[in-house]
Design a protein around this ligand. Structure first.
Ligand SMILES: Cc1cc2nc3c(=O)[nH]c(=O)nc-3n(C[C@H](O)[C@H](O)[C@H](O)COP(=O)(O)O)c2cc1C
Length: 228
């Protein structure tokens, strides 16, 4: 639901979760730089396993780039209409290309942990992520799934921050990954996870299609026990 953004008070998260719809169509009104920064900062403050932050984001605002991205995103008009589209990616090689070093440098800088801990973190992560999925006693993850999981937390945090600031959003998985990569120059070792359009909706909001009753999807103590 659109409200004035910028200097107006932020919505509560409770209100935002009630109001949010996957916006079908956007006005061209821009998202000011300071709001975009807040949205990005919120996402980048998300948690990730080992604090490894495998996510990468391409912020697409340029009209020609949005037009190219739209073609890659099954020609969905909202990709070109929205003033900002954030393309969430997962870097499958980041941990070995400097991210692990940076995680440890940050921890040292912030006085978190000690040298023994940094050494064991480096050893454990390297052996885990260098193993085939399911190895290491079943602990080694399918790395693409692992990186996707982390990235979606940051992506979703950005979506809620945009909603709290009074913007409308549209998450999208309807795109051809190879085409998105070609349009944005994304390297081979990076996966495209999802697109997030942000702006102000044009016309009526999409109707609420409903959600499953809690009893269907939430269990108490054991699988299948309905929550009272
Ligand atoms: C990860 C993800 C991908 C989605 N991809 C698309 C998409 O490509 N195109 C689209 O029109 N809607 C897309 N949607 C919107 C969903 O269809 C929508 O969220 C769902 O129908 C529920 O509607 P609501 O969000 O308005 O409550 C996507 C939603 C999510 C969470």
């Amino acid at each position: 639901m659109t409200q004035p953004s910028g200097s107006s008070p932020e919505k509560t998260l409770s209100q935002a979760t009630k109001d949010r719809r996957a916006t079908p169509s956007f006005l061209p009104d821009p998202v000011p730089e300071n709001d975009l920064k807040k949205i990005l900062d919120a996402g980048l403050s998300a948690p990730s396993a080992y604090n490894l932050q495998p996510w990468r984001f391409v912020v697409v605002r340029d009209a020609e780039q949005r037009a190219r991205l739209r073609q890659a995103a099954m020609k969905q008009p909202k990709v070109e209409e929205a003033p900002v589209v954030i393309v969430a990616c997962a870097d499958l090689e980041g941990w070995r290309r400097g991210d692990l070093d940076e995680v440890i440098r940050l921890a040292q800088h912030n006085g978190y942990g000690d040298e023994a801990r940094y050494a064991s973190t480096r050893k454990n992560i390297s052996s885990l992520f260098d193993s085939a999925p399911g190895a290491a006693g079943g602990l080694a993850p399918d790395f693409a799934v692992w990186a996707n999981r982390q990235t979606m937390i940051a992506f979703t945090t950005m979506m809620w921050m945009a909603e709290v600031l009074g913007y409308d959003t549209a998450p999208m998985e309807g795109f051809y990954e190879d085409q998105v990569k070609a349009a944005l120059g994304i390297p081979a070792h990076v996966r495209v996870v999802a697109l997030l359009a942000i702006g102000h909706r044009k016309g009526e909001d999409k109707l609420f299609a409903g959600r499953f009753a809690m009893q269907r999807t939430v269990f108490a103590e054991k699988w299948g026990n309905p929550i009272p």
